[in-house]
Design a protein around this ligand. Structure first.
Ligand code: NAP
Length: 487
């Protein structure tokens, strides 16, 4: 905990000490003694909040309320200017007792709702304010973006209110909490203390939560799952490299209508769309780029004046940017393995560039349908061993992490000049390894991912994307992931 405290001091001015996370009374006493003895100019500049949350209120402290108050009193003596006391404890203590024991500290009166958000948040706020604390804090589980915005609204226009929307779906609201008027936003150095928290590192450096203003433009990516998306790293790096006042957030979206209703209150200017919404978003658009309509999938939406939604497909652009640097596409013969969403974008991109497109898929009917749409040819799998292509493109998820030992095609089926794998986790798939061993040129899905992302960035901002910085950020994140996976 001392180590985490030192890390937090590098990044934040206000630090909550969760005394209840220490294992017993003796450890709490030891930690507070260290805090008292170890006060330096660095710790003196920081504001500490002591919290010793009891189990009854969702914390880890198993002792009595009396013992909780004693620890908080010791924490104040050790240098904590603030203490957080949950309503479950404060409602059982006479105010005079709190005054005698903790009067030297300033009180945050808190209420936590880990199961579901209470209907009347204003009533909860009024109950908390009853004991006249310096600040009130409400943390509530949210199951939709609309609920997370409701929680933030409690803080809007009021000083001294901390609003914490909890749950995975509430991460964007957590990032925007300070901008919406919450007195504090919480982030852990290491261990999350509530569901849906972003780490301190991510809050400060990836989302710059403390620098967001009303006029900051908000973008995001919608999908389910969304936690592992690399788009926030890539797009925020782009904004920061160009010093733009904009932020890009991951929206866990299970129900598209919930997100569409959140566009206005969150002030969203544009968003990326990923699995499973790339097709279903089409019917909610006001207008759509003709190529995206032909492909039947949209991965980029611009929110225009009056909330009108305009859709694009930049997977299509991504394929072209990734491939045309390597081989002349006009007149080439390309085989696409797979006939799903990505395969459609690749097929339309290649056909549009003058390549002759062949489709091979495990379901021949799908292959034939896509081949017809781009005036190409459907190819039966056994022919792959006998035929030559300029490029072979994998558009299936076979070989994607954690099934990285699999390859969609065997070495004998790779009769071509270039192999492109649309997968980017891992960076070098089994398919690319097989191709490399046969001396075939390879292109990783990272190239397509970065290219479709920079195209999105350019659509939203109208400026040229800082591509090198965005690529570096994606590669850095992937390398870190791969290191963790090996460990
Ligand atoms: P999708 O719509 O579900 O299509 C997947 C295709 O792969 C379908 O044709 C499916 O056949 C086929 N397939 C699945 N498992 C297979 C197997 N074991 N053997 C043979 N074929 C199999 O998915 P998608 O959106 O097109 O995504 C496909 C891949 O592209 C994913 O790995 C994704 O990461 C990648 N992608 C990359 C980028 C990028 O920027 N680099 C962008 C978009 C997508 P059935 O229809 O018979 O199931």
């Amino acid at each position: 905990m001392w180590g985490q405290l030192r890390q937090a001091l590098d990044v934040a001015r206000t630090i909550e000490l969760r005394l209840d996370w220490l294992s017993d009374d003796a450890e709490i006493a030891k930690f507070l003694a260290l805090l008292r003895a170890g006060r330096t100019t660095r710790t003196a500049r920081a504001t500490f909040i002591a919290t010793c949350r009891r189990r009854e209120a969702g914390g880890k402290f198993g002792g009595t309320i009396a013992k909780q108050l004693v620890h908080l009193a010791e924490a104040i003596t050790a240098g904590c200017a603030w203490y957080d006391l949950e309503i479950e404890s404060s409602s059982k203590c006479p105010p005079e007792l709190l005054d005698v024991l903790l009067g030297e500290g300033r009180q945050i009166a808190s209420a936590h709702f880990f199961q579901r958000r209470p209907k009347n948040l204003r009533r909860v706020a009024a109950d908390l304010a009853h004991v006249q604390p310096a600040v009130i804090k409400i943390a509530a589980q949210c199951d939709s973006l609309a609920e997370s915005m409701d929680v933030l609204r409690v803080a809007r226009g009021r000083k001294n209110v901390i609003a914490i929307p909890m749950g995975e779906v509430a991460l964007p609201a957590r990032v925007l909490a300070l901008r919406e008027g919450s007195a504090l936003a919480y982030a852990p150095v290491e261990n999350a203390t509530a569901p849906g928290q972003a780490t301190l590192e991510a809050m400060k450096h990836l989302y710059r939560a403390d620098a967001l203003r009303r006029k900051t433009r908000v973008y995001g990516v919608i999908g389910d799952p969304i936690r592992h998306s690399l788009s926030p790293v890539m797009q925020n790096t782009g904004f920061q490299a160009r010093k733009m006042d904009a932020v890009f957030l991951p929206f866990l979206v299970r129900d598209l209508r919930d997100f569409l209703r959140a566009i206005r209150p969150f002030g969203i200017s544009g968003f990326s769309v990923t699995i499973p919404h790339k097709q279903s978003i089409l019917r909610h658009l006001d207008d759509c780029d003709p190529m995206a309509a032909a492909i039947g999938a949209v991965n980029t939406v611009v929110v225009r004046g009056a909330g009108k939604l305009y859709g694009y497909n930049t997977d299509y652009v991504g394929v072209l940017r990734a491939l045309e640097r390597r081989i002349p596409l006009r007149g080439s013969r390309a085989l696409i393995f797979g006939a799903g969403g990505a395969a459609r974008a690749v097929a339309f991109a290649l056909a549009e560039s003058g390549a002759s497109v062949c489709i091979c898929a495990r379901r021949m009917a799908q292959a034939k349908a896509l081949a017809r749409a781009v005036e190409g040819e459907a190819v039966e799998r056994p022919r792959l061993r006998r035929e030559f292509f300029d490029a072979i493109i994998n558009a299936t998820p076979v070989g994607m992490y954690p099934h990285s030992a699999n390859s969609p095609l065997s070495a004998a089926e790779l009769n071509c000049r270039l192999v492109f794998d649309s997968i980017y986790r891992p960076r070098t798939t089994k398919l690319l390894q097989l191709a490399g061993r046969r001396g075939i040129e390879t292109v990783s899905g990272v190239e397509m991912f970065v290219a479709q992302g920079t195209a999105q960035w350019e659509i939203w901002t109208g400026e040229r994307a800082p591509e090198a910085a965005m690529r570096r950020a994606v590669l850095h994140a992937l390398r870190n992931e791969e290191k963790i996976a090996v460990r």
